[in-house]
Design a protein around this ligand. Sequence first.
Ligand code: MN3
Length: 201
Amino acid sequence: MIQTLPPLSYKYDALEPYIDARTMEIHHDKHHQAYLDKLNAALEKYPDLQKKKVEDLLKDLKKVPEEIRTAVRNHGGGVVNHFFFWDILKKDTEIKGDVAKAIEKKFGNLEGFKEQFGKSALGLFGSGWTWLVLNKGELEIINTGLQDNPISEGKIPILGIDVWEHAYYIKYQNRRADYITAFWNVVNWDKVNELFKKNKK
Ligand code: MN3
């Protein structure tokens, strides 16, 4: 159980002008915090589950008692997804290493990958996430609705974009496509490469 939300490891304005400081502040301090508060409220009567890692609850939701399963799925997903998101954001890094080679192999080149990923994110109806995952060691682009995390379907995320309106509305309003384009300037490719190397088979 995570009692208090740790602060972001970088300043709210670290991703300017691509993601603005105000969005980062509200996204972290209000939205992420709210997911954590609601997850903790759901687990209040379940001390044994409080001891587990949230990721482990999401990996096997069937084992979570039915009366809190949806709350754990939504708010536990919100907690894990946002920790993941903060971690894969950093301005002006360059793609290199094993993940660069794997993306080229799978999608032809980086531009081809960005195009497919962007199309997937733009096509997602309503609120959710678009991910680059490892599925049995293979790279794959998938969407999930609401706060579902790929680990609930046995896939390991190595990159993800939050396409809930709260992630971009202050700066981009309804222009999700512009937010997705800007996102490529703040992907922490070193972190993505690290996750790729750790999780590929
Ligand atoms: Mn969000």
